[in-house]
Every structure is written in structure tokens, then in C-alpha cells.
Ligand binder design. Structure first.
Ligand code: ADP
Length: 815
């Protein structure tokens, strides 16, 4: 049981005790009940017990204030009780005559065990035997049951007149006018003795009638209505009687002093003495009623025809009620309290029980729910386990498949890697092949074109000039083809090396237009270059490749232009479709134009869209290379064309704000001030190929005859030669027989005595990485074979301006 329950129960018990406590309090504090005891006759010792109870406070002890009411001649004391004038009364067995008429009466105590009623007879009357009464002058008190029983038993039938008992019968008896009267044997005979009358007593006991004497009684109704009071009154009265019988003198004084002096103390004393054998206090408990004796009295009286048959013992004696009704209120209170307490406990028990039952019920529900959910959980668990098993086996299968797939893929990958490695190898081999081919083709082409150019510069007749011209043109065409095939193959193999930087647009435009300008005159084409908005325009691109692209477009604009046509080159800044700032360089011609259907084809390799049927030379690779290079540099290319009116090719590159110049140029420009001081015009050429040496010799001899050329075939002595001859310019081949050209270059650049002398590499190796390495080692310029003579001259002139050099002849050294 929880603390809360315990506290509740204690609270309820305290509440339960409250009414019981109140009950007790009411019992102890209540005011005394005032009640009246109707005496059978006047005050005398006959009622000594009641005086004692009053005097000794026995009534008070039980909350009673008892008043004694004397009988009067005009009123029967029994009637006084029946009529409610007093709740209690004293009487004799004659009381049986009043039973059920109209009230039921109850004997509370039988004080006199034997009746004091007698018939006193004057001895002088001649009545010697009871039977003689029939004819005597007698006055008997009516309704004296014991006397009536005696007379009936004796067969004495009296006249009604003989039963005329008036208050002055005593006097008449004393006067001798009556022979016999009924009397009380305890006190009245003393009067007769005192009066000198000889008398004889007919006592009922003499006829075998031994009825009870004085009784204490009440009505049944009163008893049922006031059981506690009746019980208290009875007990206090009997207690008074006990006291009175053992303190008769004290009582005599009391009666005499307080109640009545109708009797002398002596008379009272005699009365007390006469009462003792009738009460028998030493033998019978005061007030005791023997039911059997009473039963006999009633039966005898009924047998004698004195009592109505309806009279019976049941309900006559107090003992009949004592057990059922005469329960002390305190006991009743305790019983009520116990019952109430039991009720409270039962209620608590019931409530707790109900609560427990509902709790048990709810727990059962929870238990059931738990069981159900447990079952569901187990089902779910087993389902899950099954699913997990299935999934695991599926995963295992998938894993197996995956492993197989991984195996297959890794195999495929291995094969792919192998294939790629082989492809890469093949590519490398192809590149190497192309590089070698290029080198091998360029070297003879160098001689062919170089000497053809020299021839052209010499004194030739018209037909010789045409022939040389054809050689040069065809050689260039072939060279161009080789270059383009190389470019395409490099781009496609992803080996195109780009050096993206800030490139000044106007510079590129001028450099390229300078190249094509000689071609314009033949066709009478006008070149137009409107001044750009911004002369300091830069793009982010690879300088060489951008130049190559623009040159290609310009070449086409010349080739596919009409006689007396026009070419205009514009550069302008604009925003592309993505909103990014770009520089657009457009090359517009007034040539054949391109049909709209062919516009998509012109960038396809070897696609000439009918130009091959014309006498315009070409390979169909130019625009393909242009497109691929432009894309690779992050630029865009496009064309707009109207057939027979002309075409406009445009390039767009991201605009670059940073005006950077090439380091090599800077170095060159810085060094130029130093070279400006060299007035010798000496050129050192380190080259192992005799044809190449001869070509350069001839170029110098014919074109710059005042220069001195020093040629040397191996690389190792280069540094010494340089220190010895202090050349203005060093021309260096890469493929030397004893040492690689790059090492020679590094030696020169590492030595502070030679570091400032520009070195121009002339090599058939046109591979970008080779160029990069050379520039990295400090080369000023890199010319590829076959040599473009005019480019060579132009480069030489950049270092040794013709006007400033010492006029010296060509000189061979160490050949
Ligand atoms: P090709 O070596 O034939 O010039 P390109 O790749 O440079 O090859 O050009 C592809 C084709 O595009 C040319 O053959 C020509 O028919 C056409 N084409 C190129 N540029 C022009 C132009 N400016 N005007 C007209 N047609 C052109």
C-alpha cells in the first residue's frame, strides 16, 4: 500500500472517530433527565431504597434527577404510570391485572420476594378461619391479586360490598365497626397493637400463595423508547436499596427528617424490620425476579380465573429486554463506532480493491498489448531476419557478380591500359616518326628552298626566274603541307604544347600583314586596317599559334580574293554571348564567297569545297588547323559569307589586361644596348651539315656581304671561339656530332663573358618541347629548317642593323 493510501485511511479513520467521540461527549455532558417515580403509598420505609438512591447521588451519577410522587387516595398509582404522569412506579403483583390494559407493563425489579399483603382480623370478631370471612364485616382492597388468589384457593367468595375499601377503613377497624380489612403486614399491625387491638393475620402464604411483593415497574413503550435511562434508573434504584437495607437507621432518620413524619422513627424501624424477611437481602439479590416463579404466579392466577389468558410471562420481566435493548449507550456507541469503522474500512478496502482491480485490469491490458506487440515484434523480427537472410544471399550473389564484373572490368581495364599504352607508344612512335620525318624532310627542303631563294636573288633570265620561282612555290607548298600535317597530328594526339600569354593584337596583325603584303601586289589587292579603338589591346593566346592562325586566314583572303579586291582587318573589343569581354579580329575579303551549304564543311580536313578544281593551290588542311588551334587556345572562330561578294572570318580571344612582353625579347632589348656597341658584325654559325653552312654562307655573302661569318662544325670549342671572335650573333644547330646544341647554349649562358651574346637556334626539330627547352636554356630565337632566308636576314638585322656594322667580308673558320 502506498503512503498516499495510508494517509487517506488515517484521515478517514479520524473522521470516523468523530461521531463516536461526539456520542461520548454528549453522554457525559448532557443535562440530568428529570423523571418521576410514582410511589405506591405515602412516604415510609417501604420506599427506603429510592430515598437512599436520591440521597447518595446514585441517580445523579447516571444523569437522572428523580422526583418521588406519593400516592393519593383518589388515584391508583398504576393508572398514574399508565397515563404517563410518571414513567416509573412501585406496585405489587396486582400489576398483572393491568397488563395489556391498555398498555403493556414491565417489571423492572422485584423488591419484595414475598408479598406483605394480608388480611387483618380483629380477634373479637369471631372470625377464626378464613372461611369465616364470608359472613364477617370486612372491607378488602379490590384487585389485590395475592389476596384474591388466597380467597379463591380457600373457596371464599365475598360479596361485592365486602370489597368496598374506603380510606377510613382503618378507622372503622380500630373502632370495631369492621371485623377484617386488608393491610400491609410490614407497618399497619403496629398501629393496631398501639391501639390495643388483638388481631389475627390471614397471610396468603398460609394458603400456599407465595407471590412477589413490592415491584418497580414502567411501561413497555417507555422502556423501548428510553432503554438507557431505564437501565440506569433501575441500577441506581437497586444500588439505593442495597444501601438502604444495610443502613436502615440512616434511612429512617432521612425519611423522618426529609420526607414524612407520619410515622415515628420507631414505627419506621419496626417497618424496616418487618420488611427484611420479605425482601431477604441476605439470600436473594435485591430486585431479582425469578421467571419460573413468575410463570407459576401467572399460571396459578389464570387457573384461579383471576387473570386473562392473554397475560403471559413473555415481555413481563425486564430481563426479556435487558439483553436486546438495555445495552448501555457507550457500548452502543462503541458498536456504532466499530460498525462505522468497519464500514469505512470496507469502503476503503472496496475502493482500493476496485482501484487494484482496475489497475490489474489495465495491467492485464498492457500485458496483453505487450504480448501482442511482442508477438508482432517477433514476427517482424523473424520477417526481418528472413529478409536480411534473403538480402544477404542476394548481396552475396550481387557481390559475386560484382567481383566477376570487377574481374572482367579489371581485365578489360588491363587490356585497355595495355591498348592505351600501346596506343601511346604508337602515338609516341608516330610523333617521333613525324618529328624525324619532319626533320628529314625539312633538312633537304632547307637546301632546296634556301638555294632556290639564293638563285632567285641572282642574275637569272626570265625563264630561269620562273623555274626557280616554281621550285620555291612548290617547295613552300610542300613545306606548308608538312607543317599542317604535323600540326593536325599533334593536336589530335593531344601533344600540342601551348604557351598562353598576353599577346598584343596590333603587333600580331602587323607582323602577319607584313608577311602577306608581298602577295597582295600580284593581285592588286588593297589591304585596309582601320585604326582600332584601343591600340593597346591584348589577348590571352599563344603568340606563335595566333600568328599562324591569322596568317592562314590572311593567306586564304588573298588566295580566294578577286583581282583588285580588298582585304580589311579589324580588331575590336566586344562582349561575347556569355557576357565576357573578348577581342574580335576579323579578316574580310571581297572574294568568291562561300555557299551557305558549304559553311559547315570548310573546317573539315582536306575539304576544299571545289577549290581543288580551280588553280588555287591548297591542301584543304589550313582551316582545319586554324579551328583546332583556336579552340585549343580557348578562342572562337566563325565565318559569314555571301557568295560572289566575299567572306569575313573572325577570331575571338579572351581579352587580357596585362601587357606582358616575352622575357626573351626583354632580355634581347636589354642586351641590345650592349650589342649596339659591337661594331664588328660578326656571326658565328655552329652547324655540322655542310649544305646548311653553305646556304647561310651564301645568304650572308650575297645579302649581307659586309658581314663576317665564322662557321664551326662541332660544339665543344664554341665557348673558346666566342671568346676569341666576340661575335655579334651566334647561330646554333641542335644536332651536333660531339655535344648537343642545348649544352653548348647552356655553357654560353652560364659564362658571364658570353651570356649577353644572342644565340639563335636553327634546327630541323620543330617539336614544341624542343623549342621550349631551347628558350628555357636562354636562346634568343628559334628558326626551324628549312630556313626562310628572308626571316633569317630579318632576324640578323634585328641584332646587327646593316647601317651600323663594320664592313667585313664573309669568313670561314675551322670548316
Ligand atoms: P586550302 O588549302 O584549300 O586553302 P583551307 O582549309 O584553308 O584549305 O580552306 C578550305 C576551303 O575553304 C578552301 O579550299 C576554299 O574552298 C574555302 N575558303 C577558305 N577561305 C576562303 C575565303 N576567304 N573565301 C572563299 N573561300 C574560302
Amino acid at each position: 500500500m502506498s503512503d498516499t493510501h495510508l494517509r487517506k485511511i488515517i484521515g478517514i479513520l479520524l473522521l470516523a472517530c468523530l461521531p463516536a467521540g461526539l456520542l461520548f461527549a454528549a453522554g457525559s455532558d448532557r443535562r440530568p433527565d428529570s423523571l418521576t417515580l410514582q410511589l405506591q403509598w405515602k412516604h415510609e420505609f417501604q420506599f427506603a431504597g429510592y430515598y437512599a438512591a436520591i440521597e447518595k447521588g446514585y441517580y445523579k451519577e447516571v444523569g437522572l434527577n428523580v422526583r418521588l410522587r406519593e400516592a393519593s387516595e383518589s388515584e391508583n398509582p398504576i393508572d398514574a404510570v399508565v397515563q404517563g404522569k410518571a414513567p416509573y412506579g412501585t406496585s405489587t403483583v396486582s400489576l398483572l391485572y393491568w397488563q395489556h390494559k391498555p398498555k403493556d407493563l414491565v417489571v423492572l425489579a422485584s423488591i419484595f420476594q414475598h408479598s406483605a399483603r394480608s388480611i387483618v382480623v380483629n380477634e373479637k370478631s369471631g372470625i377464626n378461619h378464613i372461611d369465616d370471612l364470608k359472613n364477617g364485616r370486612i372491607a378488602l382492597q379490590p384487585h389485590c391479586l395475592e389476596l384474591d388468589a388466597m380467597l379463591r384457593t380457600e373457596g371464599v367468595k365475598l360479596k361485592a360490598s365486602q370489597m368496598n375499601f374506603s380510606p377510613d377503613v382503618f378507622k372503622q377497624f380500630l373502632d370495631g365497626r369492621l371485623d377484617a380489612i386488608s393491610c400491609y403486614s410490614t407497618n399497619e399491625p403496629t398501629f393496631f397493637e398501639d391501639a390495643g387491638i388483638s388481631y389475627r393475620l390471614f397471610n396468603p402464604s398460609m394458603s400456599g400463595i407465595d407471590f412477589y411483593g413490592d415491584l418497580l415497574f414502567t411501561t413497555k413503550d417507555y422502556l423501548l423508547a428510553n432503554p438507557e435511562q431505564v437501565a440506569n434508573f433501575r441500577a441506581a434504584s437497586l444500588k439505593g436499596w442495597k444501601y438502604a437495607l444495610s443502613h436502615s437507621d440512616e434511612l429512617i432518620d432521612l425519611i423522618y427528617d426529609k420526607y414524612s413524619q407520619g410515622h415515628t422513627k420507631m414505627q419506621l424501624k419496626e417497618e424496616a424490620e418487618h420488611m427484611m424477611p420479605l425482601i431477604m437481602p441476605n439470600l436473594v439479590e435485591i430486585g431479582y425476579s425469578n421467571p419460573d416463579r413468575w410463570e407459576n404466579i401467572i399460571r396459578l392466577s389464570q387457573n384461579l380465573g383471576l387473570l386473562d389468558p392473554s397475560v403471559h410471562l413473555k415481555g413481563w420481566l425486564y430481563s426479556d429486554y435487558e439483553q436486546s435493548l438495555n445495552i448501555p449507550w457507550k457500548i452502543l456507541g462503541i458498536i456504532v463506532f466499530i460498525l462505522f469503522f468497519a464500514f469505512v474500512l470496507l469502503t476503503i478496502y472496496y475502493r482500493i480493491n476496485r482501484k487494484l482491480r482496475s489497475e490489474i485490469k489495465s495491467r492485464q491490458h498492457v500485458q496483453e498489448a505487450l504480448t501482442t506487440s511482442n508477438q508482432q515484434y517477433q514476427e517482424l523480427n523473424s520477417t526481418l531476419e528472413e529478409r536480411i537472410r534473403q538480402r544477404t544471399s542476394e548481396l552475396a550473389k550481387t557481390n559475386e557478380n560484382l567481383l566477376m564484373e570487377v574481374e572482367v572490368r579489371s581485365k578489360a581495364e588491363r587490356e585497355m591500359n595495355k591498348a592505351r599504352q600501346e596506343a601511346e607508344k604508337a602515338n609516341v612512335a608516330k610523333s617521333e616518326f613525324l618529328s624525324r620525318m619532319s626533320h628529314e624532310l625539312r633538312t633537304p627542303m632547307n637546301s632546296i628552298l634556301g638555294f632556290a631563294q639564293l638563285l632567285e636573288m641572282g642574275d637569272l633570265n626570265a625563264s630561269q626566274k620562273r623555274s626557280v620561282g616554281n621550285i620555291i612555290r612548290s617547295g613552300r607548298h610542300l613545306l606548308e603541307l608538312i607543317n599542317e600535317v604535323l600540326d593536325i597530328s599533334r593536336i589530335e594526339s593531344g601533344r600540342l604544347a601551348l604557351s598562353l600569354e598576353s599577346v598584343k593584337v596590333s603587333e600580331i596583325v602587323h607582323e602577319t600583314t607584313d608577311v602577306v603584303r608581298p602577295q597582295l601586289t600580284g593581285k592588286g589587292i588593297r589591304l585596309e586596317m582601320p585604326e582600332p579603338d584601343d591600340a593597346e589591346m591584348f589577348v590571352h593566346a599563344d603568340r606563335q599559334r595566333l600568328k599562324q592562325v591569322l596568317l592562314n586566314l590572311l593567306n586564304n583572303a588573298v588566295k580566294y580574293n578577286r583581282q583588285e579586291g580588298q582585304i580589311s582587318i579589324r580588331s575590336q573589343t566586344k562582349r561575347n554571348t556569355l557576357g565576357k569581354e573578348v577581342v574580335r579580329i576579323s579578316v574580310a575579303d571581297t572574294g568568291f564567297g562561300i555557299a551557305p551549304a558549304d559553311l559547315d564543311l570548310i573546317f573539315t580536313p582536306f575539304e576544299r569545297i571545289g577549290a581543288d578544281k580551280t588553280d588555287v593551290e591548297g591542301s584543304g588542311l589550313g582551316l582545319a588547323v586554324v579551328k583546332k588551334l583556336t579552340d585549343a587556345m580557348g578562342g572562337n572562330i566563325g565565318v559569314e559569307s555571301v557568295l560572289n561578294e566575299g567572306s569575313t572570318f573572325w577570331l575571338e580571344f579572351p581579352k587580357d589586361e596585362r601587357p606582358l612582353t616575352r622575357k626573351e625579347n626583354t632580355a634581347f632589348l636589354d642586351d641590345k644596348s650592349e650589342t649596339d656597341n659591337i661594331q664588328t658584325g660578326v656571326v658565328l654559325y655552329v652547324e655540322d651539315n655542310a649544305a646548311n653552312i653553305e646556304l647561310v654562307e651564301q645568304v650572308i655573302a650575297h645579302q649581307r656581304p659586309n658581314f663576317r661569318l665564322i662557321a664551326h662544325k662541332t660544339g665543344k670549342q664554341t665557348l673558346d671561339l666566342v671568346l676569341k671572335h666576340r661575335p655579334n650573333l651566334i647561330l646554333l644547330d641542335m644536332n651536333l656530332p660531339d655535344i648537343h646544341g642545348l649544352d653548348v647554349l647552356r655553357q654560353l649562358k652560364e659564362d658571364e663573358r658570353t651570356v649577353s651574346i644572342p644565340v639563335m637556334v636553327i634546327s630541323a626539330d620543330a617539336m614544341p618541347n624542343q623549342l621550349a627547352r631551347a628558350y628555357q636554356a636562354g636562346a634568343w630565337k628559334y628558326l626551324t629548317k628549312p630556313l626562310d632566308v628572308s626571316e633569317l636576314l630579318k632576324s640578323i638585322d634585328e641584332i646587327i642593323p646593316p647601317g651600323l656594322t663594320e664592313m667585313t667580308g664573309a669568313h670561314k673558320d675551322d670548316l
